[in-house]
Design a protein around this ligand. Structure first.
Ligand code: FES
Length: 187
């Protein structure tokens, strides 16, 4: 039986999982939407975490999804890299989808091709503000991030910590506490 990625505790490279994925409308007149549509070229776009808004940290009130780059086909990943990331490391975090981009969301069988979901953009001081606001909070049962509810159980644990791909809060998986050092983005 194929497992849902959100329910596994250790995601394994090259294994196939059921992944929430967006079927996109034709590209609309929006730079980010057009970029994603171009990169995926009609293929379903894997999504990470719940739909949410970021009003509290960057004033972005539109509800949106983030992409789960672990499952992006190689051509989409390479296209995104060469189009944007080499010049602006971390820009994939800004490549979000809103309901205006999406026809429907399905569960799709996808192979896990890499460990990285995304890495946090370090722009302005919002990561520090977010970190300060969550300093005394704990990971919720099931490895759920208390910020916007991203389930982190399938994410890679490094040095005992897991970094939430949505906004970069870093949690100690043994104690459940916030790890106070904001990590340096790794390309
Ligand atoms: S959901 Fe925002 S940092 Fe985890």
């Amino acid at each position: 039986m194929i497992e849902r990625i959100e329910e596994v505790t250790q995601a394994v490279l090259r294994r196939t999982y059921l992944v929430k994925a967006a079927i996109l409308k034709p590209a609309r007149d929006c730079k980010h939407s057009a970029s994603i549509a171009r990169c995926f070229n009609g293929l379903p776009v894997p999504l990470f975490g719940p739909e949410h808004e970021d009003q509290d940290i960057i004033g972005f009130h539109w509800r949106h999804y983030h992409l789960d780059w672990r499952f992006a086909p190689t051509q989409a990943f390479s296209a995104a890299r060469s189009l944007y990331w080499d010049e602006q490391p971390g820009i994939e975090k800004a490549m979000v989808l809103t309901e205006e981009d999406i026809i429907r969301i399905e569960e799709v069988e996808m192979q896990m091709r890499r460990h990285a979901t995304a890495f946090p953009i370090k722009k302005g001081n919002w990561p520090e503000r977010l970190e300060a606001a969550y300093l005394h909070r704990k990971l919720k049962p099931g490895m759920v991030c208390p910020h916007k509810g991203a389930r982190l159980s399938s994410c890679k644990v490094e040095n005992g910590c897991v970094t939430c791909p949505l906004h970069g809060l870093r949690w100690d998986t043994t104690t459940g506490s916030l790890s106070p050092v904001y990590p340096t983005p790794t390309p």
